[in-house]
Design a protein around this ligand. Structure first.
Ligand code: XUL
Length: 542
């Protein structure tokens, strides 16, 4: 008898659903609703509401509702027997917040299956739009909260991360300061993950330890709301926050609305939702030390599993709860796919041309170095977008293509040194991980092999694994993570990309040079042009 599990991922540009069969260990369904293509009337740019203030980036929660309904319609029309789905879990882009008035709870408890979600819930938001992880407009709120909590190191010790512009606490504080009445009128504040989980549950859903850690509001050691952080953020905030739970908690069953409208069984369990990165950790199988992953998508992230709490007092990275109950380390970049896309579009190239150029240009790029801040950057913190080029200009086609890819991975290696462990192997996921040449550059820079998967939606897959794990463990058929996911993932790895050891010294030198240019451009250090010339002489002199 087949046991099916649905994993959903409400991400920046799309909503994805993956259904797995835990007996046959197969993925039996995969589908993605693209906001920029399938939901154009919500007037977002690929899911993002752009503002004249470049630092303000929001999205529309009604669009997520609509995407959910389209996806469920399509699942219903597919071959899948929806009534065999035993449990559902999900993933949301991290940090984004949804603000609801008091009508929301009553409405989701009594949804009419004959009507759409959007028609019934559109009046339930105390803030029409949701700030998302790309927003960097809360620097003053970050400073205020940091000061209140006793400085940077204290905030890190207490919440697992320094205050970051995109984190939910500073975003909530900004809303409270700018729109005190609307804040007052807010009954509950959800993360993207717990918001969609609430719809499915028909009641307010809790926030899990994975996503909760991305708010600057959760005490990372106790895994409980930090009273101090709550007080530093906004008045009466405690009552507006849902409770916190472990990521594997069964939070209830699917609400009657989804049972009646889409044919799910009333027994379908709902597992707490989590953030996309904690879900990807499981979707890639990182349940052991020494394994790291890069997720290359709208954001680029580099992350690993941690058995014990290990915080970054330098403050560039984060510690989140892992769905296994332990921890994970993470570093996140905003100049990711959208920046790669800018360069590709500027030269009107196809992705194959982009790859050809990466293949035919030399590691080290003749000493051409780019600091690619097309958008405000998280690490290092750059609020005013600006692209720096050293040794070339924006018309140099080949130079720009290699420079952006080398810059992205040099920066990732440079700013993840706080994790202290050297990666022995890296697993790649996210849309851009289908590009072999990009991964070859990453493998050479990190001097580590990179595994490439067939499925690039590890967040949705991780959510499906989490649903299966919690369901089986509740059924007393105790199941270990690796037992569940190993066979799935074995068949998914399509290639192991090996580092070219001849490039090791070159990239070690280039890393030092890159750091010096970063210091020069954003931290007022001396211009390292002389060192760049020496690098060129060492590796490119005829
Ligand atoms: C992680 C982060 C992004 C979002 C969007 O801290 O901000 O990776 O989760 O995917």
């Amino acid at each position: 008898m087949s046991n099916l599990f649905l994993g959903l991922d409400c991400s920046t540009q799309s909503l994805t659903g993956i259904i797995i069969d835990s007996e046959s260990k197969e993925i039996i369904y995969r589908n993605s609703i693209q906001y920029g293509k399938d939901l154009i009337f919500h007037k977002t740019k690929d899911g993002i509401i752009l503002d004249k203030d470049e630092q303000k980036v929001h999205s529309n929660p009604l669009m997520w509702l609509e995407a959910l309904e389209i996806l469920f319609q399509e699942i219903l029309q597919s071959e899948v027997n929806v009534s065999k789905i035993k449990a559902v879990s999900g993933s949301g882009q991290q940090h984004g917040t949804v603000y609801l008035n008091s009508s929301f709870q009553m409405k989701i408890k009594n949804l009419d299956p004959e009507k759409t979600l959007i028609s019934q819930l559109k009046g339930s938001f105390s803030r029409k739009t949701s700030p998302i992880w790309m927003d960097s407009s809360t620097t003053s709120q970050c400073e205020e909260i940091r000061k209140h909590l006793g400085g940077k190191e204290e905030v890190i010790r207490k919440t697992g991360s320094d205050t970051f512009e995109r984190f939910s606490g500073p975003q909530i504080r900004k809303f409270y300061q700018e729109q005190p009445e609307a804040y007052e009128n807010t009954d509950k504040i959800h993360l993207v993950s717990s918001f969609i989980a609430s719809l499915l549950l028909g009641d307010h859903a809790p926030i899990d330890y994975g996503d909760g850690a991305g708010m600057n509001l959760m005490n990372i050691e106790k895994k409980a709301w930090s009273q101090e952080a709550i007080e530093a953020t906004a008045p009466n905030l405690q009552e507006k926050l849902p409770p916190l739970v472990p990521s594997y908690e069964i939070i209830g069953s699917l609400s009657n609305y989804f049972v009646e409208r889409y044919g799910f069984s009333p027994e379908t369990r709902l597992i707490a939702w989590s953030g996309d990165n904690p879900n990807s950790l499981i979707g890639i199988g990182l349940t052991k030390k020494g394994r790291f992953a890069m997720s290359l998508g709208t954001s680029d992230t580099y992350f690993g599993y941690l058995k014990d709490l290990h915080i970054d007092l330098k403050g560039e990275g984060h510690i989140f709860g892992a769905p296994t109950g332990d921890y994970m380390s993470l570093i996140c970049y905003k100049n990711a796919s959208l920046a790669r896309e800018k360069i590709r579009a500027q030269f009107k190239l196809k992705w194959e041309d982009f790859s050809d150029i990466l293949r035919s240009t030399p590691p080290g790029n003749y000493g051409k170095i780019m600091l690619p801040y097309f958008f405000p950057e998280i690490v290092p913190l750059v609020l005013e977008p600006r692209v720096y080029r050293f040794g070339f200009d924006e018309t140099d086609l080949e130079g720009n293509i290699r420079a952006i890819i080398e810059a992205q991975f040099l920066s990732m290696r440079l700013h993840s040194d706080w994790i202290t462990e050297t990666p022995k192997e890296i697993f790649a996921t996210g849309g851009a991980s289908i590009n072999r040449e990009i991964l070859q550059v990453a493998s050479d820079i990190f001097d580590a092999p990179i595994h490439r998967f067939e499925i690039t939606d590890s967040a949705a897959l991780g959510a499906a694994f989490r649903a299966a794990y919690s369901y089986h463990n509740q059924q007393n058929s105790e199941m270990k993570w690796m037992e569940l996911i190993e066979d799935f993932l074995k068949s998914q790895i399509i290639e192991k990309i090996k580092p070219n050891r001849d490039n090791k010294e070159l990239y070690d030198d280039m890393l030092e040079l890159y750091e010096k240019f970063e210091d020069f451009a954003i931290r007022v250090a001396d211009n390292p042009e002389q060192e760049r010339q020496e690098f060129i002489h060492k590796y490119f002199a005829l």
